[in-house]
Design a protein around this ligand. Structure first.
Ligand code: GN1
Ligand code: MG
Length: 367
């Protein structure tokens, strides 16, 4: 790994390289440097099964981080290296933010990148109403800052949050039945619950086709733990930028609530404890609308309760798809881990459905 690091234009001498974080997709390490005045770094191997076009991913990230950096400078912000990610260029080509390393026996090389490690910052697995409000504001600002990005971003995972496509994938997985799990009674029950809601949940794609709903630059993975906070609970920046791409704004709003407003973790196995936290919903919505109201259309705002339901639904479909395919996409810790995750998301959806009226009223009152 020393050798990989040496291919980037970084400052300082490497003292130590150790695993970092709990990402389910990429492999992540912390690179500690000797010198007190040199930053530490994050080193990451990009999962090319999930992100086949690393060059596109890194071009998107370059455009996004440079655009945000310029906005922060224009606003007179200080401490900018903690407020936007800084990716390190390759030594061979300063315009390239990754290196390719041949891997013994593999047909494709490994793709690696490095970024500055943000000091004195934490990620959270759970939020309280106050940090949710801050997160809502930050994701709204993230979208607002990127509204005038001058380049068209690529779709790094095709049809990533396309509900119609995710349902087709699930139907295919049921047919293929690769892991022999499609006939389990719990799976059949879950499939029935999914089908009942399929039409309603594909509303965004329909509105998009009718030209009523725009795509905007979104983060598309706004889980609670993809945001860094300082020790005062202020949001520093948004991380995990691989999925930044044009999408319906429901993606960022809905995926945050899917994780932040679940009273337990997304793989918590005790279903009676999976509950939607309406206080988190309210705080996050207030923060989000505060920074996003100025550019959102009323059709986007009206459908925020739909977005809240959509993401647990979509994640249920995706986890079940992976379970049926034999756990090829997400790392699992035990054999039915993906089924537990899917069931957890379904229970979150059921709890959200009980709050439908309250969510609608709350949003109407913000306008
Ligand atoms: C993945 O990479 P990570 O762990 O932040 C996934 C998200 C899912 C999430 C579920 C590229 O996110 O879409 O919501 O797992 N990212 C990708 O935990 O598939
Ligand atoms: Mg993450």
């Amino acid at each position: 790994m020393q050798n990989i690091v040496s291919q980037f234009a970084i400052r300082g001498t490497v003292k130590e390289i150790k695993p970092l974080g709990e990402g389910l997709i990429n492999d992540t390490f912390k690179v500690v440097t000797e010198e007190a005045d040199a930053p530490n770094y994050v080193l990451q191997r990009v999962n090319t099964n999930v992100f086949p076009d690393v060059d596109m991913v890194m071009r998107n990230i370059k455009a996004v981080t440079e655009h945000i950096r310029q906005k922060l400078i224009d606003r007179g912000e200080t401490d900018i290296d903690r407020k936007v990610l800084t990716f390190m260029p390759s030594k061979d080509d300063a315009s390239k933010l990754y290196v390719e390393i041949p891997e013994g026996g593999a047909s494709k090389p490994g793709f690696w990148r490095m970024m500055i490690f943000i000091p004195d910052a934490i990620t959270k697995q759970a939020v309280n109403p106050e940090s949710s409000r801050a997160a809502g504001k930050a994701f709204g600002q993230f979208q607002a800052m990127l509204a005038d990005i001058p380049v068209e971003l690529g779709e790094t995972i095709k049809d990533f949050h396309n509900m119609e496509f995710r349902l087709e994938q699930l139907h295919q997985a049921v047919k293929d039945n690769l892991a022999g799990r499609a006939d389990e009674p719990e799976v059949k029950d879950m499939l029935a619950q999914i089908e009942e809601r399929a039409q309603e949940m594909c509303k965004a794609e329909r509105l998009g086709r009718e030209g009523k709903l725009p795509k905007r630059v979104c983060h598309c993975d706004t889980k609670v733990n993809n945001m860094m906070f300082d020790d005062q609970d202020n949001v520093l920046c948004v991380i995990d930028l691989d999925t930044v791409m044009p999408n319906f704004i429901f993606s960022d709003y809905g995926d945050f609530l899917r994780t932040g407003a679940n009273k337990v973790a997304e793989d918590h196995p005790e279903m009676s404890e999976v509950q939607f936290d309406i206080d988190i919903f309210k705080a996050f919505t207030e923060g989000y609308l505060e920074s996003a109201k100025s550019f959102l259309l009323s059709i986007e705002i009206e459908n925020l309760p739909y977005a809240t339901a959509l993401f647990p639904y979509m994640q249920c479909v995706r986890f079940l798809w992976d379970y049926l395919n034999g756990d090829k996409y997400w790392k699992v810790k035990y054999p039915n881990h993906n089924f537990v995750r899917a069931n957890n998301q379904l229970h979150l959806l059921l709890s959200i459905e009980e709050h439908w009226g309250e969510m609608k009223e709350f949003i109407a009152a913000q306008l």
